[in-house]
Design a protein around this ligand. Structure first.
Ligand code: ZN
Ligand code: ZN
Ligand code: ZN
Ligand code: ZN
Length: 426
């Protein structure tokens, strides 16, 4: 820990702890907007289900490892970079029978790699550094006492499979189960520039950074490397915060997501407003319906008689049945769209998404989450069919939504995406 503190102090950072939050990362100097606060390579990482290079996560020119037939590489360079770890993983995987290999999920592999990496570092095959050692993983929170029975049983089963793959007589299955719980609170989804999830990585130093629904920093990925950047001026002595979840949700939705996945109740400055007037209004705009009068920007609240909703600006009533009919139409279109999507009929899908968007505009506010999701899906399909002009239009529509919800990281990603599309159009 002392060594880590020293390494961090060179970067203008310090690890502190509070009784409510546990460990926190604080600044010991000012950071400017856009400045890199910290970067970290994953302690271990694994691509998600679809085939990708184990080292760089590309989907191009893949060749399966000829020994285990589980892991893929895009070429010799990546295979060599991963060899010290994969050599031992490969031996373990090669001994697993074919049927069982199919049941090995990315999280099982991530755990196997965690144990192998620890062993290789103990044996000094892989060098230990201050930012790259198992002690950092050891000090991550696991929230074991908050996990329900069902989840514990699942972790135990997964731990047994890990032990079966490793075949180490001295292995502690209970500890593996605890580490699965650590993964669920600490592992990060690695995304590409188009926001597509590529895999999962464990970044024990970045994991010290706590969540806020109004964060001063953002976590992005450059390849597998985690990069934390300031999104505003951060004065000396401030806690560095990032958001663990989609910040566009209402306070109730965000709190539910944090409780379910990260097992804590957020008490950030946005969350303590729960139930106050401006929070009620924000939730109604994000997740509620719009006024029946297209020119009115009022938000609706449920009628006491439960027959519908009343606009809080002009007083116009909106019938529950009318809303239900539109929702049903959207539902049946969505089902058709996902069916067509599974067959790769992307042109048809884009037409259906546009119809859904039109219907949603009748129901929701411009900043509504449902509308934003549809537009994000539409954007993805438009890129697949290489309709760059239309893609750019939806990219531009998505930026202000994220800007307004202070999800600057996402707004920025869409901005970069728009720039990329513009280059295609040029
Ligand atoms: Zn590669
Ligand atoms: Zn192999
Ligand atoms: Zn919060
Ligand atoms: Zn109105």
């Amino acid at each position: 820990m002392e060594e880590l503190q020293k390494a961090l102090s060179d970067k203008g950072l310090i690890v502190s702890s509070t009784p409510e939050k546990g460990r926190c990362l604080f600044t010991t100097r000012d950071f400017s907007p856009g400045e890199v606060i910290i970067t970290e390579e994953p302690y271990v990482s694994v691509p998600n289900k679809s085939a990708k290079c184990e080292w760089c996560f590309t989907s191009n020119n893949l060749k399966k490892c000829s020994a285990c037939h589980v892991v893929c590489y895009c070429g010799n360079t990546c295979q060599k970079s991963d060899w010290k770890l994969h050599r031992v993983e490969c031996q373990a995987l090669s001994k697993v029978d074919k049927e069982r290999i199919k049941s090995i999920t990315p999280s099982i592999r991530l755990m196997v790699k965690l144990y192998l990496r620890r062993k290789l570092q103990d044996e000094k095959v892989i060098p230990i550094t201050i930012m790259d050692n198992y002690n950092l993983v050891e000090s991550l929170v696991s929230h074991m006492t908050d996990i329900d029975e069902k989840q514990l049983v699942l972790y135990a089963q997964m731990a047994n499979l890990v032990s079966l793959i490793l075949q180490w007589p001295e292995i502690n299955v209970k500890e593996i189960a605890k580490n699965f719980s650590k993964f669920s609170c600490n592992a990060h989804t690695i995304c590409d520039a188009e926001l597509k999830p590529l895999g999962t990585g464990l970044y024990p130093v970045v994991s010290i950074i706590n969540h806020s629904c109004l964060p001063n920093s953002v976590l992005i990925f450059e390849g597998r490397m985690a990069v934390v950047r300031a999104v505003q001026h951060i004065p000396k002595g401030t806690e560095v915060s990032i958001s663990y979840i989609e910040m566009a949700g209402s306070t109730a939705t965000r709190q539910k997501a944090l409780k379910e996945q990260y097992l804590f109740s957020c008490t950030c400055i946005r969350c303590i407003k729960l139930g106050q007037n401006d929070d009620v209004q924000e939730s109604a705009v994000l997740e509620g319906y719009r006024c029946k009068d297209r020119r009115c920007s009022g938000f609706l609240l449920r009628d006491s008689g439960n027959k519908g909703f009343t606009c809080q600006l002009c007083g116009l009533f909106r019938d529950k049945e009318e809303i239900k009919n539109i929702i049903n139409e959207i539902q049946s279109l969505s089902e058709k769209a996902s069916f067509s999507l599974s067959y790769g009929h992307n042109k048809d899908v884009s037409v259906m998404y546009k119809m859904i968007e039109k219907l949603q505009l009748k129901l929701y506010h411009q900043l509504s989450i449902n509308l934003m999701r549809t537009r994000e899906n539409l954007l993805k399909v438009l890129m697949k069919v290489q309709d760059w002009k239309e893609a750019l239009k939806y990219c531009r529509l998505t930026i202000p939504v994220y800007e307004s919800k202070l999800t600057l990281s996402k707004a920025l990603r869409y901005f970069y995406l728009a720039v990329n599309i513009l280059m295609f159009l040029a």
